[in-house]
Design a protein around this ligand. Structure first.
Ligand SMILES: NC(=O)c1ccc[n+]([C@@H]2O[C@H](COP(=O)([O-])OP(=O)(O)OC[C@H]3O[C@@H](n4cnc5c(N)ncnc54)[C@H](OP(=O)(O)O)[C@@H]3O)[C@@H](O)[C@H]2O)c1
Length: 324
């Protein structure tokens, strides 16, 4: 049985990757900062939870020992330049070193659509620049590995913090002021991303593949907000009026959200990221290169958005306290 070490295996995408790897016959170790974060996946057979500080290079190398593969799903959406650098650039560097010292032969790294390892400085946000630098670090240091860099557009699926969030906001408020309304996305289903990770691990010869992970449809942010309301049955499926904000008002809204304690719903850096269309690049290989036909958004999202769940109630409580 082959062994994989997952970093970020407790998150939204990570939980799906854990399940698919276990089903495919892998033995999985989930490295997490806090064991209790792994409660959603700890019941899976052939899965072990390891509490470890992944930023400690020696602890990471010890964790990697005995594994054939490493999958890196760690990322942040908000933070200082130093925080982005630590998580998106220094951590991949430490992962590359840990793979080399532990004899790991396969690495799958989840980046983001819009990243550009050749020219990070040209990108408008800390998120995309640091993701690009992380890719560059791996490309420079992983020549002995079978390395896959996967760049997803926004990811949807049960438990996402994207369509669920838009639907919940429209349940709470009579209209939706929306920054970045014209930004374009090509959403991809979380199950397709998880399958892509497993399929990428079928490759074992040294070399790099960079793949974009996109679904079949391109939407503006405004269209996605409207679809989320329709599928969740908000206002009998009619949704709420969505009012696109001019750039100055979007910046002001994001600034005010950043002032609240905790992770903001939207930051100025998120807005900056949306200047780069999150859609497939002509000529770049996508999930089809792995033999996958990515699922369309609406049939899948209808399934989970139309069902009330304790998760929706919790999100509603959190949103109410956020706007109080
Ligand atoms: N979700 C999307 O729409 C989307 C779109 C494009 C790309 N991606 C990429 O896909 C990957 C997975 O995304 P996701 O949505 O599953 O993320 P997520 O739910 O936020 O999970 C990220 C994981 O990273 C770990 N983590 C967070 N902050 C950390 C820190 N400061 N130091 C160390 N570990 C930390 C956490 O693990 P522990 O708490 O257990 O340590 C967490 O489980 C990321 O690389 C993300 O950039 C996601």
């Amino acid at each position: 049985m082959k062994n994989a070490l997952l970093l970020g295996g407790t998150g939204f995408v990570g939980a799906h990757v854990c399940e698919k790897l276990v089903r495919a016959g892998w033995s999985v170790t989930v490295a997490t900062r806090r064991a209790q974060n792994a409660r959603e996946v700890q019941h899976l057979p052939s899965l072990t939870v390891l509490e470890v500080d992944v930023h400690d290079a020696s602890a990471l190398a010890r964790a990697a020992a005995g594994h054939d593969a490493v999958v890196n799903l760690v990322a942040i959406l908000h933070g200082s330049p130093a925080a982005f650098n630590r998580v998106h650039v220094e951590l991949p560097q430490k992962i590359a070193a840990a793979c080399a010292s532990a004899g790991v032969t396969q690495l799958v790294h989840i980046s983001a659509l819009g990243a550009n390892a050749q020219n990070p400085a040209a990108l408008p946000s800390l998120y995309l620049r640091s993701k690009s630098q992380g890719e560059a670090v791996l490309l420079a240091s992983c020549s002995q590995l079978a390395l896959t860099i996967l760049r997803p557009s926004v990811i949807f699926g049960a438990g996402d913090k994207f369509l669920n969030l838009f639907a919940s906001l429209q349940k709470l408020f009579p209209f939706m002021p929306l920054a970045g309304a014209d930004a374009r996305f090509q959403p991809v289903w979380v199950e397709d991303v998880a399958t892509a990770v497993v399929k990428s691990l079928e490759r074992s010869a040294p070399g790099v593949q960079t793949l974009e992970a996109c679904g079949p449809g391109v939407y503006t942010l405004k269209e996605l907000v409207e679809i989320s309301a329709k599928l969740a049955g908000v206002n009998r499926g009619r949704g709420r009026p969505v009012i696109g904000l001019p750039n100055w008002a979007g910046q002001l809204q994001a600034r005010m959200m950043e002032l609240k304690p905790g992770d903001p719903l939207m930051s100025r850096d998120n807005l900056a990221s949306m200047q780069v269309p999150s859609v497939a690049t002509p000529g770049m290989p996508g999930l089809e290169a792995l033999g996958l036909q990515p699922a369309a958004l609406e049939p899948v999202a209808r399934d989970y958005l139309s069902q009330g769940s304790p998760w929706h109630d919790l999100l509603g409580v959190r949103l109410r306290s956020h706007f109080r």
